[in-house]
Design a protein around this ligand. Structure first.
Ligand SMILES: CC(C)(COP(=O)(O)OP(=O)(O)OC[C@H]1O[C@@H](n2cnc3c(N)ncnc32)[C@H](O)[C@@H]1OP(=O)(O)O)[C@@H](O)C(=O)NCCC(=O)NCCS
Length: 169
C-alpha cells in the first residue's frame, strides 16, 4: 500500500471513496469544492494494487486570536472504502499526512471527528488550548495537534475552517 498526493486521474475515485465511506455525497462534494478553490493544501490517496482505496485532505484554517490571526490546517474529509477499513489504511494516511504537514512547516492541525480515533495520532481536545468553534460541537470531537514546538501557545480563539465546510452539515 502506497500513500501519495492525489493527481487529476484520482478525482473520480476520491469522490467514490468519500461517498461510500460516509454513505452520502456531502463530504465528496466538500473535497471537490476545496480542490476547486485551491484550498486542498495536501490531498493524499492510499493506493492498493493500483486501486485508490483511501483519501485524506488538509485545508487552511484561521484562528481569530483577538489582536491577530493565526493560520494552520484543518483535516477533513478522511475516508477509506468500507471493504478496506480496519486494516491500517486510515492510520497510514494520518501518519503520512501529519508528517508531510510538519515537514512543510505548518504549525498545527485541527479537526472535528471521532473522539476515540484521533488521540492515537497525538490529537488532544482543542478546548484545552483555548480553541473554540464558531458553533456548538461536542467538546471531545474538536481536536488539535501541534506540529511545531510551541505552536499552540498564544493562539486562543475561534477556529474558522474554509467556507466550503459551511455547506456540510
Ligand atoms: C475513520 C476511517 C477513515 C478510519 O480508517 P481505517 O482504515 O478503518 O482506520 P485504521 O484501520 O487505521 O484504524 C482502525 C481503527 O479505527 C477505528 N474506527 C474506525 N471507524 C471509527 C469510528 N467511526 N469511530 C471511532 N473509531 C473508529 C476502529 O475502531 C479501529 O480501532 P482499533 O484499531 O482500536 O480497532 C474509516 O473508518 C472511514 O472511512 N470511516 C467512515 C468515514 C469517516 O467517518 N471518516 C472520519 C470522519 S471524522
Amino acid at each position: 500500500m502506497k500513500i501519495r498526493p492525489e493527481n487529476t486521474d484520482d478525482i473520480q475515485a476520491i469522490h467514490h471513496i468519500n461517498t461510500q465511506a460516509f454513505g452520502r455525497v456531502k463530504e465528496a462534494e466538500l473535497a471537490d469544492a476545496l480542490r476547486a478553490c485551491g484550498a486542498a493544501v495536501l490531498s493524499l490517496v492510499a493506493e492498493e494494487k493500483e486501486e485508490i482505496v483511501g483519501h485524506a485532505l488538509f485545508s487552511p484554517v484561521r484562528i481569530e486570536t483577538g489582536a491577530e490571526e493565526a493560520r494552520g490546517l484543518g483535516l477533513g474529509p478522511i475516508a477509506v472504502l468500507p471493504e478496506y477499513q480496519r486494516q491500517g489504511i486510515g492510520s497510514a494516511l494520518m501518519e503520512t499526512g501529519l508528517a508531510m504537514c510538519r515537514e512543510a512547516g505548518h504549525p498545527f492541525v485541527v479537526l472535528v471527528g471521532h473522539a476515540s480515533y484521533y488521540p492515537r495520532f497525538g490529537f488532544e481536545r482543542a478546548s484545552h488550548y483555548g480553541l473554540r468553534m464558531p458553533f456548538e460541537v461536542p467538546d471531545e470531537a474538536f481536536m488539535v495537534i501541534a506540529l511545531q514546538p510551541g505552536a499552540l501557545e498564544n493562539i486562543q480563539g475561534v477556529v474558522h475552517f474554509h467556507p466550503a465546510f459551511d455547506e456540510v452539515e
